[in-house]
Design a protein around this ligand. Structure first.
Ligand code: XIL
Length: 449
């Protein structure tokens, strides 16, 4: 496990920032994922929750990703909970954030069998009424965001595992033609948006992905506006399909774009160093498969932090499925994505390999905070130490104890006091400090040297 939760109960204000983070074995590659992706002509995205786009969550979403997908905000049940009464609040918020951060938005999703409003699912409709409802829904939503959406997941999850059409409100009421109609209506409302069909368990070559392939081929042959295929990629640890790249390539060869739209890799909890290492390999191979195919344009993770993932609530006993842990520390999976996009990961020198530094915010108030760093050794020892980190949001150390700390710009260097340079095998040393902050107080990565 790379992170722990504290059970700290301090008198005074203990904010949600009272975190305990173990410095990753490899420290954060300096280049944000979005810059690495862009150098390869790719877009890197994440699903987001609109209300969370402030503080550290907003900082990471804005800095690391070049595309946002609303996790729920654009689904029919969210935008029209009561017939004729619309709620665009969260969707608007995400679109505005994306504009402010020079990001694309993937619209998700217009036609699905889940998360529809109950007035729709409980209603009794003739086929003609159902078609009109669907056309109006698509026209209203796509028109509202015309010019703001790079790509729409127009139809979501239309197939069963065996490649037959899923029996849904839409298929049962309208027949398979609902797919071509939905694409045509969406195109009429925003001709510039790329229009996708999106599904899960279609990452490798199999019966379901072949049905999708056949559908896309026939839609293209019929002149229906179809621009892309979304491979959701909700994967299980160690189960990236061997035919992923081949499958991406065959769709590309049909003349459509491909996107990995909802990547996560779930594992049984608790996570271990071994499962996190496997997860890194899985994120890396999925990202690399997309990077290898020119028409694979976007890799989007379904939530970038384990604190904002659908997995624990949907797959009991599973979790830790995203590239950042619950405390916003990048996990090995983050470096897997980074490496697949050409980033380099530096590993610490062997002499400190078995000693690690743990940074925590133990108390925080409106302008200041108290932090501490614990240096712990196992299988190694230190006779002197130096801990360094870079503050990402203008934090400034004002006072330190049990160490000598200096700060130059954002760079902090703390060295041992005369009496605590020795960290024995199996032992630890802690020092503390007060610092100022404003805006946000992201946790830095501490390097031991
Ligand atoms: C999930 C959301 O992440 C959850 O918050 C919600 O409760 C259920 O839906 N395939 C999709 C996504 O296309 O829309 C789903 O998102 C995950 C599976």
């Amino acid at each position: 496990m790379r992170s722990l939760r504290t059970g700290l109960s301090l008198t005074g204000l203990v904010t949600a920032a009272a975190l305990l983070l173990t410095a990753p074995a490899a420290h954060a590659a300096d280049t944000p994922l979005r810059d690495l992706a862009s150098a390869k002509g790719k877009v890197i995205g994440t699903a987001v929750t609109g209300s969370k786009l402030t503080g550290t969550y907003g900082d990471i979403a804005g800095a690391q990703f070049s595309s946002l997908t609303p996790g729920n905000a654009m689904k029919w049940g969210t935008v029209e909970p009561t017939q004729g009464s619309f709620n665009w609040t969260e969707a608007d918020q995400i679109v505005a954030f994306a504009k402010a951060h020079n990001q694309q938005v993937r619209g998700h999703t217009l036609v699905w069998h889940n998360q529809n409003p109950s007035w729709l699912t409980n209603g009794t409709w003739t086929s003609a009424q159902l078609g009109t409802l669907l056309q109006n829904h698509i026209t209203t939503e796509v028109t509202r965001y015309k010019g703001d959406i790079a790509a729409w997941d127009v139809v979501n999850e239309p197939f069963n595992e065996d490649g037959t059409y899923r029996s849904t409100l839409w298929y049962n009421g309208l027949g398979s033609g609902y797919i071509a109609n939905a694409l045509t209506w969406a195109h009429a409302a925003d001709p510039a948006a790329k229009l996708y069909i999106n599904d899960y368990n279609v990452e490798g070559v199999n019966a379901k992905s072949t049905a999708l392939y056949d559908l896309v081929r026939s839609l293209k042959a019929a002149g229906v506006p179809i621009d892309g295929v979304g491979l959701q990629a909700h994967l299980i640890l160690g189960q990236v399909p061997a035919t992923l790249q081949q499958n991406i390539q065959r769709f590309a060869d049909l003349g459509v774009d491909v996107a990995i739209t909802e990547l996560d890799v779930r594992m049984q909890l608790p996570a271990t160093d071994a499962s996190l290492a496997q997860q890194k390999a899985d994120f890396k191979s999925v990202t690399a498969a997309c990077a290898a195919v020119t028409r694979c344009v976007n890799v989007t993770v379904w939530g970038f932090t384990d604190s904002d993932s659908w997995v624990p609530g949907t797959f009991p006993g599973y979790g830790a499925a995203t590239p950042y842990d619950e405390n916003y520390a990048p996990k090995p999976a983050y470096y897997g994505i980074s490496e697949a996009l050409g980033g380099t990961t530096t590993t610490p020198p062997p002499s400190t390999g078995a000693c690690s530094a743990t940074y925590s915010v133990v108390n925080q108030w409106n302008s200041g905070f108290t932090g501490q760093v614990t240096i712990a050794c196992s299988g190694a020892s230190l006779s002197s130490w130096k801990a360094t980190w870079t503050y990402g949001a203008g934090q400034q150390i004002t006072q330190a104890w049990n160490a000598g700390c200096t700060q130059s710009g954002a760079a902090v260097t703390c060295t041992n006091a005369s009496y605590n340079g020795t960290v024995p095998d199996g032992g630890s040393v802690t020092f503390g400090f007060n610092a100022s902050w404003s805006g946000s107080n992201p946790v830095p990565t501490v390097t031991l040297g």
